[in-house]
Design a binder for this molecule. Structure first.
Ligand code: CTP
Length: 396
């Protein structure tokens, strides 16, 4: 029987851990639990023990526990460690290797894979410290499920809600039964969505990218067993379960996030990055002029993220894939782009008016590489994603 060690952190989402235990037991997966001190403020050890059918491990220095099963053994007896909810505090401890309670000690002592389901206030999630910790944990091979966007217990709205128990179970099952998945143990880094370049505190320049193709690729990569980091500009799409999401706004943020997420085996750049940003962002809202004159903006070129990564001297992902949105001479422009950007594949699509690619659900692409051009038939974005990931898995 497969088993997980569930570490319940101290957040309001701890109540969902009870449902998670129930679902896991229903699937025949054994659940041992550790509760942090703070978790006991939200759910009782008695509820957790009743549902899991096992004693709850609470204290690091507990003589009886240590005699029955030491904390090192506890951390290695399960097939997978799951942290749900993973609070900002627990993630920070994990990222810096602290071990000052039973939960953090087990996480440091384990030799098993670790899956975390973050849950916190939206501002805590977006705080640079948390984002730094997440990037570190992803680099360490920790897998993420969620968080989702939505209304929070604190009344705010945004990213930070813990993934639903059913999503966490799906991520756990994918981990426990990797089967013959061709991308198991591989890290796939994907950029998606538009970037937003501010003009002043209330205005920005952006584009129509929906992010759908990139998100579909993230899902396809997960299905093949990859560890996926999705660096995404602002979109309104649900986070694919099991994906490590790094939300960003500007092109410069996106480059920083991508560099922070390396190393990767495969990097796929689907984002519609704004080629320019406003050179001097106004600190205050730009007001209308009495004489009716329009403001003039000057622009600075944004970094080319794809080119920066594809031409890295060290730590270049083994496969670098770019997307090219073209309105004419699709293949010729894609071939030129392949050479100019130094990538291995360009997936070119025709986004001229009437093709319905932007925001739509289907795509007709041409896969351009040094070995030639493959013209794929019109496919759903999900099918393009599946075929692309299977092709890349075969090339790796
Ligand atoms: N790209 C990127 N960073 C940029 C611009 C583009 O990473 N600053 C990536 C896109 O994610 C995509 C590929 O480069 O994978 C092609 O982008 P595109 O905008 O079509 O290419 P450009 O170099 O901007 O060429 P042009 O605008 O002349 O077509």
């Amino acid at each position: 029987m497969k088993s997980v060690l569930l570490i319940i952190g101290g957040g309001i989402a701890a109540y969902k851990a009870l449902e998670l235990i129930r679902l896991l037991k229903g699937k025949g997966i054994g659940v041992k639990t550790i509760m942090s001190k703070a978790a006991e403020e939200f759910v009782t050890p008695l509820s957790v023990a009743s549902l899991s059918g096992e004693k709850v491990h609470q204290a690091l220095f507990n003589l009886t526990d240590e005699l029955e099963m030491g904390h090192i053994e506890l951390s290695r007896a399960a097939d997978l460690l799951v942290v749900a909810p993973a609070t900002a505090d627990l993630l920070a401890k994990m990222a810096s290797g602290l071990a000052n309670d039973l939960a953090s000690t087990a996480l440091l002592a384990t030799d098993k894979p670790v899956l975390v389901a973050p849950a916190m206030n939206v501002r805590m999630w977006h705080h640079p410290a948390t984002q730094r910790n997440i990037a570190q944990l992803q680099a360490d091979g920790i897998r993420f499920v969620g968080p989702n966007a939505g209304e929070m217990a604190c009344g705010e709205f945004g990213l930070g809600r813990m993934a639903e128990p059913s999503e966490i179970v799906a991520a756990i099952e994918a981990q426990l039964a990797p089967g013959q998945k061709p991308l198991a143990g591989k890290h796939v880094l994907i950029t998606a969505g538009p970037t937003r370049e501010p003009i002043d505190p209330v205005r920005y320049i952006s584009n129509h990218s929906s992010g759908k193709q990139g998100y579909a690729i993230a899902e396809a990569a997960i299905a093949l067993g990859a560890q996926v980091t999705l660096v995404s500009g602002p979109v309104s799409l649900p986070i694919p379960p099991g994906v490590g999401l790094m939300p960003v706004t500007t092109a410069q943020d996106m480059l920083k996030a991508v560099e922070g997420a390396l190393p990767a085996d495969i990097a796929i750049f689907t984002a519609a990055v704004a080629d320019w940003r406003v050179a001097a962002v106004a600190g205050e809202k730009i007001k209308k002029q009495a004489d009716g004159s329009a403001p003039s903006l000057s622009f600075a070129e944004n970094p080319d993220i794809l080119r920066t990564i594809a031409t890295r001297k060290s730590g270049r992902p083994k496969l670098v894939v770019g997307f090219a949105a073209e309105t004419e001479k699709v293949i010729a422009h894609a071939q030129a782009k392949l050479a100019r950007k130094g990538c291995d594949i360009i997936v070119a699509n025709d986004v001229s008016a009437g093709k319905g690619v932007f925001g739509g659900d289907s795509n007709t692409v041409h896969v351009v590489s040094a070995s030639g051009v493959e013209d794929w038939p019109p496919l759903s974005k999900a099918e393009v994603a599946r075929r692309l990931m299977e092709k890349l898995a075969g090339m790796l």
